[in-house]
Design a protein around this ligand. Structure first.
Ligand code: B12
Ligand code: SF4
Length: 486
């Protein structure tokens, strides 16, 4: 039987959410890609991305999962699992299995890294590890309830097998403002803390750029609320010539959106890229820096130098782009003292924003081996690598005698306070201000962080005003450049 002869099915895809203050203003890419493959083949797909839906709360009614299952009557249910949403995934499986007999398929990064967590869960029929584009159609066509979960290990699809994302099937997509796209998948580098090899592989799969541009333009046409295009590649500028080509093509489309990139390597940008990026509506550049301490940095095996990062930072500043650095606290050989070098670097480069990620030893990484030999590994489930704006965080999932759990928390808070990264004084969030301030005071007392708290209280408002003015200026310059291009 060929696939088109199969019964068309109603498929419900779900991305669960946590009740924290992180805002996810994007729709889950993996589900919109898999949904597209199924829709093209006649299946009826509905995506409920509860993380995204929380960001548009109040704009439309958000049905809870059991009501939705009763109404939509899915014949197959797929849930995407982040390790950070482990508890929410368990609850979702619980609720669904009480109101539906449809086979449940679990996929996403958590299932790729920790399939054992659901291996004996009789409520689940399939566990899909890896990128599922090449198997999803056959799986949905054949799926039936299984006595025990069947594990499916996927091969990476080639670039041509990756379709356009389908927003029509995602609930609430009319309110989407940020459109994510991948121009490529995979990364050839081997940073010690990164598990990219397990996720997308080391071989870069470059997508056809004309096709990507076409997909962006079509999305903007159908979803006029989209005002930003975000490139989420693992290593977007792995081929700088190709990336310049993309920026030139993007600028020519003249679509009325800004452009962002999630993360870039300092050794893979140059002045020409930045010029083209600005012309194309580029807003920000965030450099993966990991540590400002030379010894810790050199052990990350990034294949670039701190000097390259500093030079790139100066170039980014020259073009008035919003500038961020991404750090990892507590890498091998890091200590509270050495961590101060990271904060110093962020201040020296006058960052607009910084991501202070707590070191997480993902399976298969070099740092996982290091912590097994030199420290301890706790539980990574439900752990967010960032502190949220409600000052919520969990205990770090790895530690050592030279950088203890308590010191890691202190380092985390110190960095966030001194670089103004905890946006607890948001206008929309004003009613939580007293509670959040009280939390901060208590934590400052507990960890002897009065100086950091003083820096934060003194500088936060100025920093926000500075960022707002910078942003206005950038949008003005962008509009001017676009008009000149016409
Ligand atoms: C863009 C991105 C984000 C974006 C958007 C996330 C989103 N909702 O899609 C933002 C900035 C919001 C984000 C936030 C976070 N992220 Co993030 N993010 C990424 C990044 C760089 C790309 C994700 C992506 O779009 N990939 C491409 C698509 C095609 O892949 P995919 O969505 O995983 O889907 C494929 C497969 O997983 C599978 N699949 C997925 N779901 C399902 C479901 C079923 C039923 C099936 C069959 C298959 C399947 O098939 C899909 C198609 O191939 C990845 C790194 C990476 N390369 O994956 C990290 C990554 C996913 N993020 C990660 C983390 C830790 C986070 C945070 C928890 C960070 C934090 N605050 O601590 C938050 C969680 C926010 C939340 N509530 O959801 C980790 C997850 C690790 C883990 N074990 O869970 C990753 C892998 C980075 C890393 N190496 O550590 N992230
Ligand atoms: S460059 Fe980025 S994606 Fe590549 S291995 Fe390093 S951290 Fe991972």
């Amino acid at each position: 039987m060929t696939s088109h002869e199969f019964k068309k099915k109603r498929v419900l895809f779900i991305n669960p959410a946590k009740e924290d203050t992180f805002i996810v203003n994007r729709i889950h890419m993996g589900l919109t890609l898999l949904g597209e493959i199924l829709s093209v083949n006649g299946h009826e797909v509905l995506i409920m991305d509860y993380a995204f839906l929380r960001s548009i709360q109040g704009k439309l009614e958000i049905p809870n999962i059991s009501d939705l299952v009763k109404d939509f009557k899915p014949e197959i249910i797929g849930i995407s699992c982040f390790t950070y949403l482990y508890d929410e995934c368990q609850c979702m499986v619980d609720e669904i299995s009480q109101c539906s007999n449809a086979p449940i398929i679990l996929g996403g990064p958590h299932i790729t890294f920790f399939p054992e967590d659901f291996m004996n869960d009789k409520r689940v029929s399939y566990l899909v590890r890896g990128e599922a584009e090449s198997i999803i159609l056959d799986l949905v066509n054949d799926a039936k309830p299984q006595p025990m979960p069947v594990i499916i290990k996927c091969l990476h699809p080639c670039a041509e097998e990756i379709p356009a994302i389908n927003l029509d099937i995602a609930y609430g997509s009319q309110y989407l403002r940020t459109y994510q796209i991948q121009l490529s998948r995979g990364c050839p580098f081997s940073c010690s803390f990164c598990n990219i090899e397990l996720i997308a592989g080391k071989k870069v799969r470059a997508r056809n750029l004309e096709l990507c541009i076409e997909q962006i333009v079509t999305a903007k046409k159908h979803y006029p609320n989209i005002n930003n295009i975000t490139i989420t590649d693992d290593c977007p500028t792995f081929n700088m010539k190709r990336f310049k080509q993309f920026l030139t093509m993007f600028a020519k489309t003249n679509i009325d959106t800004t452009l962002s990139i999630d993360n870039v390597r300092a050794d893979l940008i140059d002045e020409e890229i930045l010029q083209l990026y600005v012309k194309a509506g580029g807003q920000n550049v965030c450099l993966g820096t990991e540590s400002g301490n030379l010894q810790v940095f050199s052990l990350v095996n990034k294949g670039e130098s701190l000097e390259e990062i500093i030079n790139a930072a100066k170039l980014i500043r020259k073009y008035n782009l919003e500038f961020g650095l991404c750090f990892v606290i507590g890498l091998p050989e890091d200590t509270l003292e050495k961590h101060r070098d990271s904060i110093k670097l962020a201040k020296y480069l006058n960052v607009d924003y910084a991501y202070w990620n707590m070191c997480t030893p993902w399976p298969g990484t070099k740092i996982e081996t290091w912590f097994r030999q030199n420290g301890e590994i706790g539980d990574v489930r439900n752990f967010s690598t960032l502190i949220d704006s409600g000052v919520n965080f969990k205990n770090p999932p790895a530690w050592s005698t030279s950088f203890t759990m308590d010191e890691r928390i202190k380092a985390w808070l110190m960095a966030n306070l001194e670089t103004y990264t905890l946006p607890i004084i948001f206008w929309g969030n004003l009613r939580y201000l007293p509670r959040n301030m009280l939390k901060l005071f208590k934590l400052a007392r507990q960890h002897n962080l009065y100086k950091s708290l003083f820096i934060y209280i003194n500088g936060f408002a100025f920093h926000q005003i500075y960022l707002t003015l910078q942003n206005r200026r950038r949008l003005y310059l962008l509009q001017k450049t676009k008009t000149e291009l016409k």
